[in-house]
Design a protein around this ligand. Structure first.
Ligand SMILES: Cc1ncc(COP(=O)(O)O)c(C=O)c1O
Length: 378
């Protein structure tokens, strides 16, 4: 079998025409295509909120934290089991991340542990819909309401994740998506902030463009006016029309690509469920919730004949690429603190392994990967 990479991005051929039109149009950065992408994204997730396309999921989080008023001295409850940027952006604002454990049933933030970590300095709770599995938002929103806390949703994995019958991004919390190259919807690099509050949305848009009153399109185009004003020092976080075209081409096929991920997950589960040493990823218990299957992350059980780390090496020998999501942040050099103990996060962090999960993965490859794992772990 040829090498099966951990990720292979599929961009529909329509992207070529869309990008060519933009390149020939004389305007290639933020403009009409970015607007169209924001609009179509909201339509697909059935959201009546505002959407602001930005240059990355990290930028989306940074702006969401700023408009939520997170600042120096604030404590923010956040899972350690996430990508570092969820946490780095808090630190850049001078806030203190308070690492929270995850629930073994969902691999998402554990509402019981959130309650234990609230102090008079707590400002916000950041949740991460890990792998595309929805967090327990009813419980989390209730805790936040009781303690007057803000909730920000890191939905980097959660394009087309459903909770209580609605797609993530259609509720009231500020929600941040990533369109990084490996994500279910990609613009190569990109992100989106989705926000129900009009005033905050306007500020997010302004901050994404240096904090000035108008973007380039609104200054240089036929309809634009030249004068602009710096309202506050912002960032250069805007998405370009070229990148928006990649996203637009994929949005046309969101249903098909989502269904393929469901099929891949089912096939993996069918074959790997025979293996007593594999713990399969959870399925939402509530039928009104839907997994987006951004990742298919298995765990190697405690009594397995080989460790997760050795399984990665063996799979590589069999030409299978894998990845680890995530090494917990409280175990990273910068964030290391021996007083932080998060039993579930630590156990999961030591044993989790993400298998290839993308539309271009063939049934033959899924069978090969699963059979190889079953052969190694017996
Ligand atoms: C959970 C999570 N949050 C945030 C991000 C950051 O997104 P980006 O790479 O688009 O900045 C990622 C990216 O992989 C992620 O997995």
């Amino acid at each position: 079998m040829d090498f099966i990479p951990f990720n292979k991005t599929y961009v529909p051929s329509e992207a070529n025409d869309l990008i060519a039109d933009v390149l020939m149009s004389g305007w290639i950065t933020t403009g009409p295509k970015t607007k169209e992408f924001e609009k179509e994204f909201l339509e697909v997730i059935g959201s009546s909120n505002e959407a602001i396309a930005v240059s990355s999921g990290t930028a989306a989080l940074h702006l969401a934290y700023i408009v939520s008023g997170i600042r120096s001295g604030d404590e923010v409850i956040v899972p350690s089991f996430t990508f570092c940027s969820t946490i780095n952006m808090l630190v850049h604002l001078g806030a203190k991340p308070i690492f929270c454990d995850i629930s073994e049933n969902s691999l998402c933030i554990d509402p019981n542990d959130i309650s234990k970590k609230i102090t008079s300095k707590t400002k916000a709770i950041v949740v991460v819909h890990y792998a595309g599995y929805p967090c327990e938002m009813d419980k989390i929103n209730k805790i936040a309401e009781e303690h007057k806390l803000i909730v920000i949703e890191d939905a980097a994995h959660a394009f087309l994740t459903k909770y209580n019958g609605s797609y993530i991004g259609s509720g009231n919390n500020i929600t941040c998506f990533s369109f990084y190259a490996t994500k279910n919807l990609t613009t190569a690099e990109g992100g989106m902030v989705v926000c129900a509050d009009k005033k905050k949305s306007e500020r997010i848009r302004m901050l994404s463009m240096h904090g000035i009153s108008k973007d380039g399109w609104n200054r240089y185009s036929e309809v634009g006016k030249w004068r602009y004003d710096v309202i506050e020092p912002g960032y250069k976080y805007n998405m370009t029309d070229v990148h928006a075209c990649i996203g637009l081409s994929q949005l046309k096929y969101y249903n098909k690509s989502n269904l393929r991920r469901v099929e891949i997950a089912a096939k993996y589960k069918e074959i790997l469920s025979r293996n007593p040493y594999i713990i399969l990823p959870p399925d939402p218990v509530d039928k009104n919730s839907k997994h987006a299957w951004h990742l298919f992350a298995i765990r190697v059980s405690g009594n397995s004949p080989i460790s997760r780390d050795n399984l990665i090496i063996k799979l590589k020998e069999f030409n299978i690429g894998t990845s680890v999501h995530f090494i917990p942040n409280h175990q990273q050099s910068f964030y290391k603190d021996s007083t932080i103990i998060l039993p579930v996060t630590e156990k999961v962090g030591d044993t989790i392994l993400s298998l290839p999960m993308y539309e271009l993965l063939t049934d033959k490859e899924i069978i090969y990967i699963s059979d190889t794992i079953n052969q190694i772990l017996k």
